[in-house]
Design a protein around this ligand. Structure first.
Ligand code: HEC
Ligand code: HEC
Ligand code: HEC
Ligand code: HEC
Ligand code: HEC
Length: 416
């Protein structure tokens, strides 16, 4: 069962696209066909989903982020600063501000793919991480609507990660002569990132039947990291590399950690995630192609994060023929039960964070007979899809936005 073929499956329920999308995220329970989703969270909310997983003491330590709803409260502007917007930090932290502006964190609310999904599932739940400065829908008057839109549009800004109780938090706590600062070692930990990058399907609303996996991970990146070969170094080591920098005119060292959090835009970084090896040889009349896939310099499964990510490996005959020899999806698939409830088993075919042995496939096919032109090479390519291509098409998202090249190569085939 593959989620990329899900739309027709869900359409059969007769709930229409909106309900379909809600089901995909598993945010509401069974309800009669056609009944709209509840407008807001239930009055007596169960422990809020997301943020820290309440069962994990290591995560509960991170009270930097609210675990029971409500926006991140950064408090008043630290002494020395007139505000906590990015524009208040940029004059002195220009490189970091520019990197941040290009990051997914800056786009957490405005991101095209997020907005496409949110339009189908406009749950207050989503704002917890994607618009952490405002979580309640705006009041009726236009002033509060404008304010809410502005705060949401700020995405995950400097203050969300760095400002609490009138102080700027940093690993070392420097900068006190320019602004009140405090040292907070938690910023250097994976648990800090896990505050948003590790969360479960929400608990079912009281009195409603669960349609999904309450208490099971919806994003599992921190757990995957704990199991990976790289658990000795935190997320920051790979995702916030140290940038040497020059001395600014004010003679301030500008060496800093990269705040661009680049992934899909960075070909070399993507290619480092998994090691693909392919070889081809002749055995009599047959051609035998072997491919192996092993985790590379990656601290979690590939892909990780959003549950609709998938990676696709294809192997084709080289030359003009381009015949597809093998196609394999690496993805997390949550299957449904007979009645279309998202309660089936979870099938995880991703490249794991730690593999005892490589994933290996062998394809054998007959070489063209007689004097027919012989293949001289096989080409392989690995792509990451931010959404299954069928879903992207339905949402009107261009393929070029959704398809991310990861790596590719060629295995030569010796002549006969
Ligand atoms: C507990 C935090 C949290 C909540 C709640 C949350 N998300 Fe996310 N979301 C994330 C994180 C972290 C990522 C980045 C992981 C990744 O890129 O794979 C992400 C990524 C995404 C992406 C991929 C964006 C892209 O550019 O490819 C989409 C789409 C998305 N979320 C939609 C939603 C929707 C819709 C909701 C509400 C139903 C929601 N999220 C609720 C944390 C959250
Ligand atoms: C008037 C200049 C100025 C402004 C404005 C400013 N900073 Fe700083 N900040 C500094 C200096 C100087 C340091 C110490 C040297 C360094 O680490 O770059 C510093 C250090 C820091 C640190 C590192 C703390 C540590 O652990 O060493 C953080 C984080 C930080 N600032 C965040 C911010 C944020 C967020 C804003 C906006 C809300 C901001 N700064 C606005 C000058 C400024
Ligand atoms: C306040 C919540 C929050 C915190 C804290 C947070 N992230 Fe994120 N992160 C997100 C969300 C939400 C997204 C997805 C934004 C989008 O594209 O819609 C994201 C995106 C990313 C991406 C880009 C993925 C992509 O789709 O390109 C990376 C990498 C990342 N985060 C790493 C980290 C690391 C490392 C840390 C810790 C230093 C961290 N994040 C802390 C919420 C958070
Ligand atoms: C997603 C969370 C996140 C956001 C958003 C963020 N930072 Fe940081 N920042 C960190 C973390 C984590 C560290 C510490 C990394 C470490 O040393 O392990 C850090 C370190 C710093 C430092 C210390 C110097 C360095 O780079 O080592 C400064 C200064 C800083 N950030 C400024 C800013 C400013 C200014 C913004 C907004 C333009 C910003 N940060 C946005 C997470 C964030
Ligand atoms: C050893 C290096 C390494 C460590 C440690 C690491 N990552 Fe990654 N991460 C990567 C690489 C390489 C990629 C690019 C491949 C990919 O997209 O999966 C990536 C991709 C991502 C993405 C993009 C989503 C996706 O499609 O896979 C997110 C989100 C992310 N990492 C978050 C984290 C968080 C959170 C942590 C810590 C809990 C972490 N990473 C630790 C190397 C690392």
């Amino acid at each position: 069962m593959s989620r990329s073929r899900a739309p027709s499956r869900w359409a059969g329920l007769g709930l229409g696209m909106i309900a379909f999308a809600v089901l995909r995220w598993g945010l509401v329970q069974a309800r009669p066909a056609g009944q709209p989703a509840p407008a807001g969270p239930p009055a007596a909310s169960p422990p809020a989903p997301g943020m820290a997983a309440a069962s994990d003491a290591r995560l509960r330590l991170l009270d930097l982020f609210p675990s029971a709803g409500g926006p991140v409260s950064h408090g008043p502007a630290p002494r020395g600063l007139s505000g906590v917007g990015v524009e208040d930090c940029a004059p002195c932290h220009a490189e970091i501000a520019a990197e941040w502006a290009s990051s997914a964190h800056a786009r957490s609310w405005t991101d095209v793919i997020f907005q496409a999904e949110y339009k189908l599932t406009p749950e207050p739940f989503c704002r917890r991480c994607h618009a952490p400065l405002v979580q309640e829908p705006a009041g009726e008057d236009s002033a509060s609507r404008v304010l809410a839109a502005t705060l949401a549009g700020r995405g995950i800004d400097c203050a969300v990660c760095h400002v609490r109780g009138g102080r700027v938090l940093g690993v070392r706590g420097r900068g006190d002569s320019d602004h009140a600062a405090a040292s907070d070692a938690r910023l250097a930990t994976s648990a800090f990132c896990g505050s948003c990058h590790q969360f479960n399907f929400p608990a079912p609303e009281p009195g409603r039947r669960p349609r999904y996996h309450p208490g099971r991970p919806l994003q599992n990146t921190l757990r995957e990291w704990e199991q990976s070969r790289h658990s000795g170094k935190p997320c920051q080591a790979c995702h916030m590399p140290q940038i040497a920098g020059e001395r600014s005119s004010a003679d301030r060292p500008r060496a800093h950690r990269d705040h661009a959090f680049r992934t899909f835009e960075d070909r070399a970084f993507m290619a480092s995630a998994v090691i693909v090896k392919a070889s081809a040889r002749r055995r009599g009349d047959k051609v035998e192609v072997t491919v192996t896939v092993t985790p590379g310099a990656i601290g979690h499964a590939f892909p990780t994060g959003d549950m609709f990510r998938e990676a696709v490996l294809t192997i084709r005959l080289g030359d003009q023929q381009h015949t597809e020899l093998l196609r394999r999806d690496f993805a997390l698939t949550i299957t449904d039960d007979a009645r279309g409830h998202l309660l089936g088993e979870v099938e995880d075919t991703r490249v794991p964070a730690r593999a005892a042995r490589p994933w290996r496939r062998r394809v054998v096919f007959a070489a063209p007979a007689g004097a027919a032109p012989q293949p001289t090479a096989v080409d392989w390519s690995l792509e990451l899809h931010r959404l299954p291509l069928d879903d992207a098409r339905e949402r009107g998202l261009p393929e070029s936005l959704v398809r991310v090249p990861v790596s590719s190569g060629t295995a030569r085939l010796p002549g006969r």
